[in-house]
Design a protein around this ligand. Structure first.
Ligand code: SF4
Length: 482
């Protein structure tokens, strides 16, 4: 079993905080809709993509099945190029290895490119506790680092913040640094400020840390895709480079990579390819002018290998494109932080309990999905997200992890609705209850367990007369034929 950081606050608190944050809701809604529309357009204009997507799914599934052998091949190739590889069973092991390397390198400043795996193991916190300064260099990650927040979207970590809020953050940073703040909150000015600040860090850093989008077993190559080019700097400027990558990122060879490399950008942001593709084969060779002196690759398991051979194996094909988040009606309303996990959205609902345990954030499979199946349609890797969510709910019920009151209510409800008589009786009870509570048209509240449901929703009241009651009265008089 792996470990993931999670927000210990109860779900109602996380939910209410999200629903009350109108700026976040507006910004997340805007960003996700824009990404989803761009994806729809790129697929519509390029019908040939579909064949390449299907080929990518096949190649990735095969690579996952061959994972143990391909990882060994990858490690052998990387070590032949003069780099070191390590297998980390869990977050603690990965952190211990990374810290050891940083201490040996006497690193004081570490620069990072965007990496969800380092969020998963909370690498920044571990480095900072050891007195090492960490600087995120992806713009979105840089923003949330200044705000001391977690990513709210796996592809666009600062998707919940608008430019006015970012301008405020940069002004605060500038006043602490005693430097000129951005001259306005225009996007060009904000990026100019971030570029100015980060350039100094790039040049001073002792160590670079990356994640990885793909690991090519055939040649021992790490592939990173970014839209800002910061990974090029992180992998080439510091003396020491550490790459921490989930074991599921393995692909067999370059022909597989060609099929799959377009998918994150196409499905995530509706573009043919990310702006930059960075490939790392090894540390600097004697003839090269640039590149790190040392390259260390930490391959992280953290609960992934346990999914091999199970009904959830296809989850390991996730390429972190974020397409499932972009179409999810729940994610669009509450944003990523409400999930409480480092992995939000439909993939987070599935991955969080699978990598850790159903007892970690037990509410998310039941509460944060409407089973609309939009994520299944959106996922370029054909991951059976809604089916997995139902399977997790079933497991949860089997392990009796639902609140007792909820269990009792669902059983009673099921008993009533198993027969037509029970269904009609439940309608009569509901009608009586709404009469007593004086809510004739719209229900705004309910007692007991149902009360929580009404905290954030209204519901039309049960009709004064149901169709079953209306039909016999009017049918015999012929009123229905008029
Ligand atoms: S589950 Fe599918 S859609 Fe969601 S992030 Fe992973 S690959 Fe993309």
């Amino acid at each position: 079993m792996g470990q993931l950081p999670f927000d210990p606050r109860p779900w109602p608190i996380r939910r209410n905080q999200a629903l009350q944050d109108q700026t976040m809701r507006h910004t997340i809604g805007f960003v996700t809709r824009r990404f989803a529309l761009a994806k729809r357009d790129v697929y519509r204009k390029n019908p040939a993509i579909e064949a390449s997507r299907q080929a990518a799914v096949g190649q990735k599934r095969q690579a996952i099945r061959d994972m143990p052998r391909l990882l060994e091949q990858f490690r052998a190739q990387v070590e032949e190029h003069g780099a070191q590889t390590y297998m980390a069973a869990g977050a603690h092991d990965a952190i211990a290895i990374a810290l050891r390397i940083a201490r040996q390198a006497q690193a004081k400043l570490v620069i990072k490119s965007k990496s969800m795996v380092t969020e998963e193991i909370e690498l920044n916190q571990a480095f900072e506790s050891a007195g090492i300064v960490v600087r995120e260099t992806d713009l979105g990650e840089y923003i949330i680092q200044l705000a001391r927040e977690k990513p709210s979207h796996i592809l666009a970590p600062a998707a919940h913040r608008n430019r006015h809020q970012i301008d405020e953050l940069f002004h605060h940073d500038a006043s602490q640094q005693g430097i000129q703040p951005p001259v306005s909150d225009e996007i060009a000015e904000l990026t100019h400020y971030a570029r100015f600040r980060l350039r100094q860090e790039f040049l001073r850093a002792d160590m670079g840390v990356t994640g990885g989008n793909f690991l090519v077993a055939e040649t021992g190559t790490l592939v990173l895709i970014t839209n800002e080019g910061n990974a090029d700097m992180v992998t080439s400027l510091p003396r020491v480079l550490v790459s921490i990558v989930g074991v599921e990122k393995i692909v067999r060879d370059w022909s597989s990579l060609v099929q799959i490399i377009q998918q994150p950008a196409m499905s995530g942001i509706g573009r043919h390819l990310s702006s930059y593709t960075t490939m790392v084969h090894g540390p600097r060779q004697s003839a090269s002018a640039e590149g790190p002196d040392e390259w260390h690759v930490i391959l992280l398991d953290n609960g992934r290998k346990a999914l091999l051979g199970t009904e959830f194996e296809d989850v390991l094909s996730c390429i972190r494109c974020g397409a499932c988040l972009n179409v999810c009606p729940v994610f669009r309303e509450v944003g990523g932080h409400a999930y409480g996990s480092v992995y939000p959205g439909p993939i987070g609902i599935v991955e969080t309990p699978l990598l850790t345990d159903l007892q970690v954030l037990p509410e998310i499979p039941s509460t944060l999905c409407t089973l609309c199946h939009a994520c299944l349609e959106a996922c370029p890797m054909d991951i059976e997200l809604p089916h997995h969510i139902v399977a997790l709910r079933r497991l949860k019920a089997k392990r009796r992890l639902n609140a007792r009151r909820l269990d009792w209510t669902m059983r009673t409800w099921a008993r009533f609705w198993q027969t037509p008589q029970g269904y009609r009786r439940s309608v009569q009870i509901a009608r009586l209850a709404q009469r007593v509570s004086r809510q004739p048209r719209i229900l705004h509240s309910a007692p007991g367990l149902f009360g929580g449901w009404f905290e954030t929703r209204d519901m039309p009241a049960v009709a004064a007369e149901t169709f079953h009651e209306w039909w016999p009265k009017h049918h015999h008089t012929g009123a229905s034929e008029k």
